[in-house]
Design a protein around this ligand. Structure first.
Ligand SMILES: Nc1ncnc2c1ncn2[C@@H]1O[C@H](COP(=O)(O)OP(=O)(O)OP(=O)(O)O)[C@@H](O)[C@H]1O
Ligand SMILES: [Mg+2]
Length: 360
């Protein structure tokens, strides 16, 4: 097994920078997920690790080897793409073994590796079929099988599940997680699906505009996002935000208020904050409740009663709307005025630069 070390990695296409200095450590056997909006550089970064894109600047270490100039096939990695790229005229057996055949692996060794991969992926009964006779999920497993037989040190996945329907995606996601446990290999996985990121990752890397925004365990990113971008990106539905004014600064808390918010004291790192500052208050939809008296008041735009929970879109006078996901059923109607409350310890203050001010 091998870990990776990315040191100030840069990539430009012509004079357009796409990856702008990425530093990252990936431990042996770790499952690391890259997330971020479309075009932020996830695939580019993965392809730089694979050796499919030149590195403009910085260093890429795989294990104890500097790999900037190492050929893709000598990096000990295997990559699985969103499009399975199987050979339609070959059987599953031959598709899985194709790379080994090219490498002139003896037939008996090839056979045992193919059967081992098929066993791990539970597709021994499909070996004689052609790709056209397989479901999308089965085809993706063949593509993964092709990676497994190469016994790579590092697996790279670029949105491998995005062509699958929702149910199959859940199943295949679990298979990939099990594969990681069984093989103990290092895996780097690109997705823009939050649930995949939260459930698969030991460590999530949030990218935006070719810059790493935060690296951490999924729960850490959810509970202590570093900035407005990560706070808005991780978690579904998205965190609610509101511009508020600082009314009072205490040792470990600020009192804030706004057009739709009565004054409330929020625990925060207050360094450099002063009276009258405009900051952003963030609160997750699941942290809002219906109290007897609440600090946020608005008018209901929309109610979705799902039985186990009630989702409310609340229009505020400042023109923004907030989402609340309330436990249980609530008989609420559009147009009604509603007060919502939240536990101040679940709220986050972001300063003028968008940095989260979590209390120590
Ligand atoms: N060959 C290329 N020449 C010029 N620009 C490119 C090239 N390939 C990618 N880019 C640009 O680099 C940026 C990053 O692209 P990349 O494919 O890494 O994004 P991504 O995060 O994987 O997005 P998605 O979620 O849509 O797959 C984009 O702005 C893209 O337009
Ligand atoms: Mg991509």
């Amino acid at each position: 097994m091998a870990g990776l070390e990315l040191k100030s990695l840069h990539k430009s296409y012509g004079d357009v920078p796409v990856i702008k200095g990425v530093d990252l450590t990936v431990e042996h056997g770790e499952f690391v997920v890259f997330v971020g909006p479309s075009g932020c550089g996830k695939s580019t970064l993965l392809r730089m690790i694979a050796g499919l894109e030149d590195i403009t600047g910085g260093e890429l270490w795989i294990g104890d080897k500097l790999c900037n100039a190492v050929e893709p096939r000598d990096r000990g990695i295997a990559m699985v793409f969103q499009n399975y790229a199987l050979y339609p005229h070959m059987t599953v057996y031959d598709n899985i073994g194709f790379g080994l055949k090219l490498a002139r692996t003896p037939k008996d060794i090839r056979d045992s590796k193919i059967r081992e991969a098929a066993r791990i992926l539970q597709m021994e009964h499909l070996l004689e079929r052609k790709p056209g006779q397989l479901s999308g999920g089965q085809r993706q497993r063949v593509a993964i099988g092709r990676a497994i037989v190469r016994k790579p040190e590092v697996f790279l996945f670029d949105e491998p599940l995005s062509n699958l329907d929702a149910a199959l995606r859940v199943d295949t996601r679990m298979e990939i997680s099990k594969l990681h446990q069984d093989l103990g290999a290092t895996m780097i996985y690109v997705t823009h699906d939050q649930i995949e990121a939260m459930t698969l990752a030991d460590k999530i890397v949030v990218l935006n505009g070719g810059v790493v925004q935060q690296v951490g365990a999924p729960i850490e990113l959810y509970q202590r996002p570093a900035n407005l971008f990560v706070a808005g990106f991780i978690g579904s539905p998205k965190m609610n935000f509101m511009a508020v004014t600082v009314d009072n600064v205490a040792a470990n808390a600020v009192t804030v208020s706004g057009k739709d918010l009565s004054p409330v004291s929020i625990p925060a790192d207050v360094t450099g904050l002063t009276l009258g500052d405009t900051v952003t208050l963030g609160i997750r939809p699941h942290a809002l409740t219906i109290p007897t008296t609440g600090s946020v008041v608005g008018r209901i735009n929309l109610v979705e009663r799902l039985g186990n929970e009630t989702i409310v879109n609340l229009g505020l006078t400042s023109g923004i709307s907030w989402l609340a996901v309330l436990d249980g059923d609530h008989n609420l109607a559009t147009g009604q005025t509603l007060q919502l409350a939240f536990d101040p310890t679940s709220a986050v203050i972001f300063d003028g630069e968008g940095r989260a001010r979590h209390p120590a």
